[in-house]
Design a protein around this ligand. Structure first.
Ligand code: DX5
Ligand code: ZN
Length: 216
């Protein structure tokens, strides 16, 4: 069974971005999660292209970029050029899903599509064969440190059942309110990749916390 932890840089110390990225690089986490927010799709602004550079320089790990921006098709190519391995955009953020998928693929990265807590899994049915990953948001996107929305567990099971039914092999990632306390049940429900911001960077020993999540 695949178990991937993707620590979210949103909770890192931006004054010590290199140090915090190197910590993940040494850790058992295989991915690094990068949350890009535009203040339009979500009521918060985080960071953009310039921050990709020091992160890419400080680690060889998979860069898992989560775009919470409108019209992602305009920018996905630049995120791939900046070093993204996975580019995930929101189903709710664009009228041009196919173009967005094509732009990410043509640029050479893997494609992720994400749904907010109130968006049903069923809307993705016709798109699932085109993507490498589906990201289920387990909090309203925009901020770290929120509580996990319990209904998200059913969405993971539903998506996993749909994946089996369709004979597909995209990864299932979950993001928001995740810690060693709920990681075990999320992996068991069918998630392969778990994002964690405050649980990792707020821990006394972040590297140990990542191991705890993997072994949960
Ligand atoms: C929220 C972001 C998350 C966030 C998770 O919009 O997509 O990746 O960093 O933070 P925690 O793990 O603290 O809920
Ligand atoms: Zn995220």
């Amino acid at each position: 069974m695949t178990r991937i932890i993707s620590p979210s840089m949103l909770s890192a110390d931006f004054g010590n971005l290199e140090r915090d990225t190197q910590m993940i690089d040494r850790s058992a986490a295989e991915w690094v999660h990068i949350d890009v927010m535009d203040g339009v799709f979500v009521p918060n602004i985080s960071f953009g292209f310039p921050v990709m550079k020091p992160i890419r320089k400080a680690t060889e790990k998979v860069l898992d970029v989560h775009l919470m921006i409108v019209e992602p098709e305009k920018y996905v190519r630049r995120f791939v050029e900046a070093g993204a391995d996975y580019v995930t955009f929101h189903y709710e953020a664009t009228e041009n899903i196919d173009l967005c998928i094509r732009e990410i693929r043509d640029a050479g990265a893997k494609v992720g599509i994400s749904i907010k807590p109130k968006t049903e899994v069923a809307v993705l049915k016709e798109l699932l064969h085109k993507v490498d990953m589906v990201l289920i948001m387990s909090v309203e996107p925009g901020f770290g440190g929120q509580s996990f929305i319990e209904g998200s567990l059913d969405k993971i099971s539903e998506l996993k059942a749909l994946r089996d039914e369709l004979g597909l092999d995209f990864l299932i990632e979950v993001d928001g309110g995740i810690s060693a306390k709920n990681a075990g049940e999320l992996f068991a429900a069918g998630a392969e990749a778990l994002v964690a911001g405050s649980a990792v960077f707020g821990a006394e020993d972040p590297e140990q916390e990542i191991v705890k999540m993997l072994e949960a």
